[in-house]
Write a protein that binds this ligand. Structure first.
Ligand SMILES: Cc1cc2nc3c(=O)[nH]c(=O)nc-3n(C[C@H](O)[C@H](O)[C@H](O)COP(=O)(O)OP(=O)(O)OC[C@H]3O[C@@H](n4cnc5c(N)ncnc54)[C@H](O)[C@@H]3O)c2cc1C
Length: 333
């Protein structure tokens, strides 16, 4: 199964309502239309709108392909120009530097497709599908297995890469296979074993392969009302224990077993601690929230401050779960 091909119109800059931007490189100052696709590469695209923290500078170049062919054309464009490629899902686990990201940012948000196969109980989805929407759709069909995922505001591709999880379940538990695209344009179908899963990690992290679609094993045939009720319960629990009312990236640090990062941070007295617009959330200490006007550097410095304080008090190194993209200053004031 592949992502469906959109109409092959060649785009125009005016149709995209995109302004020309000044960059040092004249080649990159205007929208670039990829030949034989409806896909446009935009220069100096502000990324703060595409991250759940609502911070971050611009991508040198940004593209959001609508199908596999346009994605392959985008990769080819980058390869021919030796551009660094960064993949962006829903941006819900990212801290993008105020200085932005060099090279080409490929967003998967428009790679959309989902198929619930009643014969196999398998759900096949394109990388850009929203995990909460899939959880609700599965529940309404009476398919069990995704109730835990309703509070994770990412894409299917991001969930496969991050091994997203909650309520003692995670994507690795139900992944049948993931389709990944290499920089040279080749597609492979990989099993969970080949992805080397463990707690919130996979072999795809830090690599250059792009997840294009995933197949999940679910359990059809339950009473939709019951599955919806459990899904609602999970959502309610999340809303009462985590600060969904301010921009964040969810949990900032991995849990250093046997402790939880939130407990360590709270015991260190850091709940409510603030740098600029970034604050250790009052509701859940492993969340840093953007209280308004935060810069990426505020969040970065707060992460460093927490790490330092927890190290001093507990001799434990908190490892960030959030992925940092772009350049950050080495020292915080
Ligand atoms: C309020 C809130 C609550 C959260 N709760 C949870 C939770 O309970 N459990 C949990 O696990 N996470 C949680 N998260 C974090 C986040 O939602 C997950 O990590 C999610 O899986 C990230 O998906 P994404 O599409 O947003 O990926 P992004 O944040 O866009 O990217 C994450 C990483 O994956 C890479 N990537 C993304 N898509 C692809 C792709 N198609 N191919 C290759 N690489 C890709 C990116 O380059 C980056 O390195 C929460 C976040 C928020 C804001």
């Amino acid at each position: 199964m592949t992502i469906s091909q959109a109409a092959g119109n060649v785009c125009t800059a005016s149709a995209l309502n995109t302004k020309k931007h000044q960059t040092t490189n004249p080649v990159e100052s205007e929208v670039i239309c990829l030949p034989n696709t409806d896909c446009a590469i935009k220069p100096q695209a502000c990324l703060s709108a595409f991250t759940s923290y609502r911070v971050g500078g611009a991508a040198d170049l940004y593209v959001a392909p609508r199908n596999l062919e346009a994605l392959q054309a985008s990769l080819k464009y980058a390869k021919e120009r030796d551009l660094k490629v960064t993949t962006l899902g829903a941006g819900s686990n990212l801290l993008v530097s105020d200085r932005g990201i060099t090279g080409l940012v490929i967003a998967t948000r428009h790679l959309r497709f989902s198929n619930f196969d009643p014969d196999t109980g398998q759900l096949t989805v394109a990388a850009g599908e929203s995990i909460p929407s899939l959880a609700w759709a599965a529940a309404e069909l009476g398919w069990q297995g995704l109730e835990w995922a309703v509070g994770i505001p990412g894409t299917a591709g991001g969930a496969v890469v991050m091994n997203a999880g909650a309520h003692n379940s995670c994507i690795a538990d139900m992944l049948v296979s993931a389709q990944v695209l290499s920089p040279d344009g080749t597609l492979e179908t990989l099993t969970p074993e080949q992805l080397g899963y463990s707690y919130r990690t996979s072999l795809l992290q830090g690599g250059d392969r792009i997840v294009t679609q995933a197949t999940l094993q679910l359990a059809p045939g339950a009473d939709p009302a019951k599955v919806v009720a459990i899904t609602k319960q999970h959502k309610k629990h999340r809303l009462s224990t985590q600060p969904y009312n301010f921009p964040s990236c969810g949990s900032v640090f991995r849990n250093p077993k046997p402790y939880t990062a939130g407990w360590l941070i709270e015991q260190t007295g850091l709940k409510g601690y603030q740098i600029g617009g970034a604050q250790v959330a009052l509701l859940h200490a492993n969340f840093i929230v953007n209280r308004g006007g935060a810069k990426a550097s505020d969040i970065f410095c707060l992460i460093r401050h927490i790490q330092h304080q927890v190290q001093e008090r507990w001799s434990i190194n908190l490892e960030p779960e959030v992925k940092m993209l772009g350049e950050f200053q080495a020292a915080c004031g």
